[in-house]
Design a protein. Sequence first.
Length: 348
Amino acid sequence: MDNFTRAIRFEKPDYIPMRFAINAACWHHYPKEFLWDMMESHKLLFPDFVRPAPDWEPEIPLVARREEPYTDPMGCTWVTTDDGITGTVQGHPLADWSAFNTSWHFPDPAKTDGLYWRDLAKAQSEWAAAKAAGGSFGGSLRHGHTFLQLSDLRGYENLLFDMVDEEPLLDELIDGLTQFNLALVRQFVDAGCSTMAYPEDLGMQVGPMIPPDMFRKYIKPAYQTLMAPAKEAGIPIHMHSDGDIRDLVDDIVDSGAEVINLQDLVNGIDWIADRFKGKLCVDLDIDRQLITPYGTPAEVDRLIYEEVSRISTPKGGLAMIYGLYPGVPMENVKALMDAMEKYAFFHN
C-alpha cells in the first residue's frame, strides 16, 4: 500500500503526501532556470525530476492554447487568452434542444474520454505495463464530468432554468451522460486502478454554483452511479471541487467520496478541521488567492503550519496540493516548497 493510500485509510503514512503542480503557463511567466532550480532542490515534491535541455518547452493542452480554439469530442469549443491556462467554453452545442439526438449525439467512450480523442487499447496496455512493473496507475474522469459538462453543453443559465422547469429532455441528457461516464469508470476499475478520481468544480467564492436541492435531484444520483463501481471494488474514491462547497459536501460524501480535495480559505480551515479531522481524508488545496500571491514568505510558512497542525493526525487523513499559476512572487514559491517539505513530517 503506497503512502497516499495509507493517508487516505488512516493507516499511518510515512509523511503527509505533498504535491506541487506547476501550470504550463508558468514556464513563460517565470525564468525556466528558477523553476528548475526549485524542483531540483525539493526532492520530496519532485522525486523524479531531471533537469531538461535548455530549449525544452512544456506541452500545452489543447484546451489551453491561445488563439487556437479547440472543439472537443462533445462539441464544446474552448477558448483561452494565455497559453497554459484552461479556456472557457464559448458556444454550447445544445444551447437549442432541437440539436439533441438529431445533429448532436454522445461520442463513443471507447474512442474518447469526453475531452480528447484517444487510443483505448494503447492506454490499457500502458496501465497493464505499469502494474506488471510493480507500480500502479490512477483512474480519473475528465475535470467537469457531470455538472460542468451539462453547463458546457447547454450553457449555465439554460441548465439552471432546465432544472427549475423540470425539462424532460434534461433527464434524458443526464442519463446519457451518466452512461457515457460510467463506461469510462469501468475501463479504469476493470484495469485495476489504485484510486478513482471524480474532479468537478461546484463552488463559487461564496456558496455552490447549484442549489443543494437541485444538486440532490439532478447531480447526486449520477455521482452515486459513477462512484459505485470503485466503491464495490474497494478502490479509494477521490473527489475534487474548487470553490465553497460546504452546502454540498455531505451529499458528496454520501455519494461515496473517501477523499475530499477542497480549497482551504474559501471553505475555512476551522470548518474543514471540525468537519473532517480524523473522520475522512482531506486533500487540501492550498490558497492561491490571498496569502501565497500577496503575503510574505513568513505568512506562507505560517499558513502551511496552521493547516497541518489543525487537520493532520498521527494516523493520517491529510494530503496537500498547491497549484502554481503566474503572479506568485518567486520568494513565495520557494517558501511554499520549503514549508510543504518541512511540515510533511509534522506528526512523524
